[in-house]
Design a protein around this ligand. Sequence first.
Ligand code: FE
Length: 342
Amino acid sequence: MKKLAVALALSLLSPLSLPSMALANDNVVEAELNIYSARKEVLIKPLLDKFSEQYNVKINLVTGKADALLARAKSEGQFSPVDIIITTDVGRLARAKSQSLTQPMTAMLPEFVTLKDQDNHWVALTTRNRPILINPLTVDSNTITSYEDLIKPIFKGRVCIRSSSNIYNQSLVAAMIIQKGEEQALAWSKGLVENFARRPKGGDRDQIKALVSGVCDVAVANTYYLAAMRNADEASQAIANQVKVIWPNQSDRGVHLNISGIAIAKHAKNIHAANLLIETMLQKEAQYWYANTNYEYPVDPSIEWSGTLKAMGTFKHESIDLNQVGELNAQALRIMDKAGWR
Ligand code: FE
């Protein structure tokens, strides 16, 4: 199914639909572009192949775990071949910037772009949300409408969430620090630990599985994991279809928002091609393909969501400064640690 969806989406991405070169000195496009991508090859390579063909740029793609790729760029220093870094979570993008692994981009960003670094070191390509998921057979959805409800006594021993080493949770807590203050973020983290069904383990998919197998009744996970399971094999579909999404805090701050993004590496040598790729990734066809293949939300508001995301409904999300979320990641981790969130 997944392969078919990718093929279908790709067929909509004709070479002609890619942008004409928009950069000021666009006739100077380098012959190659070196990319470190934390996105899986299948999720990114078809787009890069189109770009490569269109602009006659040879792309060298290295995929791997986000933190490992950043560590590699750091240890390579000024000798690093990397031009472009593609990764997820604003916490990581902010970390890359603070470790001097990135530089300001000069790409012409479309008007809809609001989710970007204040100094243009990174820009969001997609957004993702981290709502509450429940097993509707065991939880009345009226009893849980906010992240704060997760620490209610009725959910004691019933909550599954991954560990504090996971950057998605660090960003979730960082966003809470911004909106409710450090003290409340700590109280919430402590309350959450009190309600854990088990010692945190596994990824977001594992929390979804645990909901259905009866390990817990309430979980927190990014929607694209649920969406991917709803489009995977029958067994995964059967699990994912039993889970209900609760969009939290709809009467106040909204569901937690995060991003996947792109940045130009500090020691990039192929600057023009790097900027051109960023512009391309923000064009309509790339936005459609990239967001739909990953089951994320396109940053271009004119692009339709995938059917699976549409079926999960619309929602209000946080509208805080992502720069701040990134900067508060380390503080969030200290709070989680203090709360006993392992
Ligand atoms: Fe993820």
